[in-house]
Design a protein around this ligand. Structure first.
Ligand code: ADP
Length: 545
């Protein structure tokens, strides 16, 4: 017997309609390249999103045609999210930090027909335009003055101005593709993850839960995570569901001073971003002697979070740092770390130890860890395994690689995340490494993430990476590569002395080298493949290990 419930489709436009009905006066504040503070309401935003939908439709696009964006976090980008997907097209967000050849690859692979681009990225597009034959229309995200003379692009304001916004959002199947995001790909070509309306709406609802992001009408949310990086972790969809105020930092994402001014000036309660952006903010606050008064919590993920960062937010700003883990293939939310009632009586140190884990699974995300032979590993907090996941907002295949799922999914449809993890009896998962970055010494795994996280607690260390280097006896031993803080000159022995007692003795790196900077991917992750190439001939000193 079937249930007798309505079959209303979960569409992204339903979020816009809900926000227009229940939260029309909630506000969105943006920094744009040409305006230090733009403010308007959800009513304005979704009215203009409808104009975007009408303008795109007038170009003669067909259902599921790809419309790309190459832009920072601001109100026009938010309108584009809804205008594109709501009208039934696919919003393909492009990371401007990609190399030109990767840009060409993904625009061609996605067969983008329209591109909405921030004025500052126009030169990037001019350079590759003759290599992207599918691209028919370029819309510059600014007013009439934003298009350079001689360009065939049109400006966004003119593009939408002829349309009334009086628009009936189309209804279609909730499994229709809504958005496309390519992984940055440390090796090989980027791979496209194609989100559906249903997966996007479910993911946004899951994100709101009290033990996940806990967002309500009373919150003011600042996504420092870009709209081009996994849909800014779902914030543009979650916030309008509940009417939270949104603050969009525009091009000034990595600037500690701008971030501080936005956080305090707009009374932000929740901010989200990768660990590196918070380093700039914490540094600025310390130097300027200022405190983050309104901020209650931050969600930090995308890379491992060191204990020192959790402590800095707690001690200097009374802010709870919640770690999250996820990936482009997972929309991205997989786990979020929130302490349990039974942790209330623990000491600060014991609590931080738990908080450095990636967190517990969200309803909708199933997890398991498996050994090399595929057998499931116990959840004892000790056993390592390849982390596999399953759920309605996790990709079932990569776009236009639908016949290659044998490489990424097992027979029961579990997706191999490429991460190695432990899970403790309470369900707290901790990432120890990427599968391809694992260091195996004498048949045992050494966690490069634990070593790196511990090393950045040293006051002179700005960034640290650990890779495995060939060793005649142990197969591999860890080599630590450190970027000192400006003006600091730590020695190898300082660093090793600091690690002593904080890590298992046999994990101690055989050597420490100092460099000015580390190579990063377009999403800010350390590029270990490049480091391994760079140090492929490195001779470890005799340590007697
Ligand atoms: P990319 O485009 O670089 O693949 P993703 O955001 O999809 O960007 O990267 C996902 C990966 O980032 C995860 O598989 C994991 O390795 C890493 N990651 C994300 N969150 C965490 C975390 N909290 N701790 C450790 N690693 C993390």
């Amino acid at each position: 017997m079937q249930g007798l419930m309505m079959e209303r489709q979960l569409l992204i436009s339903s979020i816009a309609k809900h926000a227009m009905t229940f939260h029309p006066d909630a506000t969105i504040v943006s920094v744009t390249a040409d305006n230090p503070r733009h403010e308007y309401t959800y009513r304005d935003c979704f009215g203009r999103a409808a104009q975007v939908a009408q303008a795109l439709t007038s170009l003669g696009l067909s259902r599921a045609d790809r419309v790309a964006t190459l832009a920072w976090n601001d109100y026009r980008h938010m309108e584009a999210y809804y205008g594109i997907s709501g009208a039934g097209y696919v919003c393909h967000t492009i990371n401007p930090r990609l190399f030109p050849e990767q840009l060409v690859y993904i625009i061609n692979h996605a067969e983008d027909r329209v591109l909405l681009v921030d004025p500052m990225f126009l030169p990037l597009i001019d350079k590759i335009r003759d290599q992207t034959p599918t691209l028919e229309h370029v819309i510059v995200m600014g007013g009439p003055g934003s298009v350079p003379e001689g360009s065939d692009a049109i400006d966004y304001e003119t593009f939408i101005s002829g349309h009334s916004g009086d628009y009936e959002w189309p209804e279609f199947d909730e499994d229709t593709a809504a958005a496309l995001c390519y992984t940055s790909g440390t090796t090989g070509n980027p791979k496209g993850v194609l989100y559906s309306h249903r997966s996007t709406v479910l993911h946004a609802m899951a994100g709101l839960q009290p033990d996940i992001l806990d967002i309500s009408r009373r919150d003011c949310v600042l996504p420092v995570v870009p709209l081009f990086h996994v849909n800014a972790w779902g914030i543009p969809y979650s916030c309008p569901m509940v009417g939270a105020k949104i603050v969009m930092p525009g091009p000034k994402m990595g600037d500690g001073e701008t971030l501080y001014k936005l956080l305090s000036g707009e009374a932000v309660t929740l901010a989200l971003g990768v660990p590196t952006v918070w380093l700039a903010l914490l540094d600025y606050c310390e130097t300027a002697g200022v405190r983050l008064d309104s901020l209650e919590r931050t969600l930090v993920g995308g890379a491992a979070v060191p204990a020192s960062m959790i402590e800095a937010f707690r001690d200097q700003h009374d802010v709870v740092l919640q770690q999250g883990w996820g990936m482009t293939e997972m929309s991205p939310l997989g786990t979020v770390n929130k302490l349990l009632p039974k942790h209330d009586g623990l000491s600060d140190d014991e609590r931080v130890k738990i908080q450095t884990k990636a967190g517990r699974g969200i309803f909708g995300v199933e997890m398991k860890i498996v050994a090399d032979d595929g057998t499931e590993q116990p959840w004892d907090g000790e056993a390592y395994g390849a982390l596999r996941v399953r759920g309605p907002w996790i990709c079932s295949a990569y776009y236009r690689r639908e016949d290659e799922t044998g490489d990424t999914h097992d027979a029961d449809g579990w997706f191999d995340t490429g991460d190695v993890a432990t899970i403790d009896p309470d369900g707290f998962m901790a990432i120890t490494d990427r599968t391809k970055d694992v260091i195996k010494s004498g048949g045992e795994w050494i966690s490069s993430i634990d070593l790196e996280n511990t090393a950045v607690g040293h006051p002179d260390v700005a960034e640290a990476a650990v890779i495995g280097v060939a060793h005649p006896k142990w197969t591999e031993r860890p080599l630590m590569i450190v970027v000192p803080k400006p003006g600091a000159t730590p020695s190898r022995d300082d660093i090793l002395g600091y690690l002593d007692g904080k890590i298992a003795k046999w994990w101690t790196p055989d050597d420490v080298v100092f460099v000015e900077e580390l190579p990063h991917t377009a999403t800010g992750k350390i590029k270990k493949t490049t480091l391994r190439e760079q140090f492929s001939d490195y001779q470890l000193p005799e340590t007697g290990s």
